[in-house]
Design a binder for this molecule. Structure first.
Ligand code: SF4
Length: 133
């Protein structure tokens, strides 16, 4: 788990510097770290949201995190140019239950990314199994 790293300056005793504040990753209700999950529990608040689905105008519910592919994708591929787009679908193979479906886009090549776990192949060559014959 990413931890907030902070230091207190001797000269500015009340100034806290959270060096990794921007990249702090929270755990979803399923216990998985996801950079798109946001929870605010400060002073009795109980705000939880998925900022990936919120950006798509989708309604998030905590059960979606259990089967969501996004944490696995972001663990496997940390490319700075990868942009994910999430929608909620009801696929047949999940017996029509709500599932997060992800599409990916590379901002460097302006191409759709078929295998978001791997990437588009521009910065990091794809394994031969993904090469077209
Ligand atoms: S639904 Fe997926 S992307 Fe959204 S917070 Fe849960 S695990 Fe993260």
């Amino acid at each position: 788990m990413a931890k907030a790293c902070y230091a207190v300056s001797v000269h500015e005793p009340f100034a806290f510097y959270f060096s990794s504040y921007e990249s702090y990753t929270m755990r979803t209700p399923s216990g998985i770290e996801c950079k798109y999950f946001y929870g605010d529990y400060f002073r009795g608040r109980s705000v939880e949201e998925c900022r990936l689905l919120k950006a798509s105008g989708e309604t998030w519910t905590p059960d979606l995190c259990k089967t969501c592919p996004v944490p696995g994708i972001t663990r496997a591929n940390a490319c700075e140019f990868l942009r994910l787009h999430g929608t909620v679908t009801r696929p047949l193979n999940a017996a029509f239950r709500r599932r997060v479906q992800v599409t990916a886009f590379c901002e460097k090549t302006n191409l759709d990314v078929k295998e978001p776990h791997i990437g588009c192949g521009e910065c990091h060559p794809l394994p031969p199994i993904f090469e077209s014959h």
